[in-house]
Design a protein around this ligand. Sequence first.
Ligand SMILES: Nc1ncnc2c1ncn2[C@@H]1O[C@H](COP(=O)(O)OP(=O)(O)OP(=O)(O)O)[C@@H](O)[C@H]1O
Length: 267
Amino acid sequence: MKLSFKNIEKQFSGLQVIKEFSRDIDDGELVALVGPSGCGKSTLLHIAAGLEQPSAGQLLADGQEVRSAHPERTLMFQENALYPWLTLAENVALALEFQKQDKKEARKQAVAWLEKVNLKGFEDYFPHQVSGGMRQRAALARAFISHPKALLLDEPFGALDALTRMTLQDALRQLIREAGPTVLLVTHDVDEALFLADRILVFSARPATVLKEFNLAHHEKTHDLSEFAPMRREILGLLGIHAESGDDAHAVGSLRTAAREQEVLAA
Ligand SMILES: Nc1ncnc2c1ncn2[C@@H]1O[C@H](COP(=O)(O)OP(=O)(O)OP(=O)(O)O)[C@@H](O)[C@H]1O
């Protein structure tokens, strides 16, 4: 699905959050949105999902104006995405039941998707009985089961430790390769953006405008991102974080804290 943002503006009771955002996101492309806390990244995802309407401008999905939410554009959040009173299989199956699929068939497909994300044997566990990483695997299964044409990911792995996050990034990349949706990924983790994205848009503080975009399509990437060190340094620099060489890992880790501090100072 091609998403075309055309001169999008968004205000909340006089607070300008997004200013003249125009970009095409091509069918099957993965674009990461990186920027200071509170600049408007989630708001852009909500507009893409059809949960918020732009104050001005238009969003087209395959040429049709987006006016409301639709399962072909699926939003996935950081945590607490699963219903605690349902098992993992019931949570995943629910996405199909919402679309009026037969309960038995929905369960069958849910079990197959849980197997795809390495959760075979955990179908009848409740969310509190599994780890945070396993919950997000189930959330991925639930996001993919209805074959969305666009996947809108809002810091999907933000609450996980670094190692678990990397295994989830691998799982996500595999699912994307198989299913081929267009993906918008909001992340505070510059390495996550470098690893997963075809393109990275770096936003300014509110109102969000694109400071710079980086193209990473056609790079075969591993978690060893050393070849992208100059790009990572430039992105962090744009975000006001100055990483000395050798100190990048720390700088990436502190991006979230620094961004929150900027938000507090700006308030
Ligand atoms: N529904 C709403 N009503 C009023 N203000 C809102 C609403 N949604 C977002 N905002 C405001 O818009 C601004 C941008 O919020 P948004 O969540 O899009 O930022 P963000 O870049 O995703 O932040 P973070 O990285 O911290 O998640 C914030 O100041 C927020 O308070």
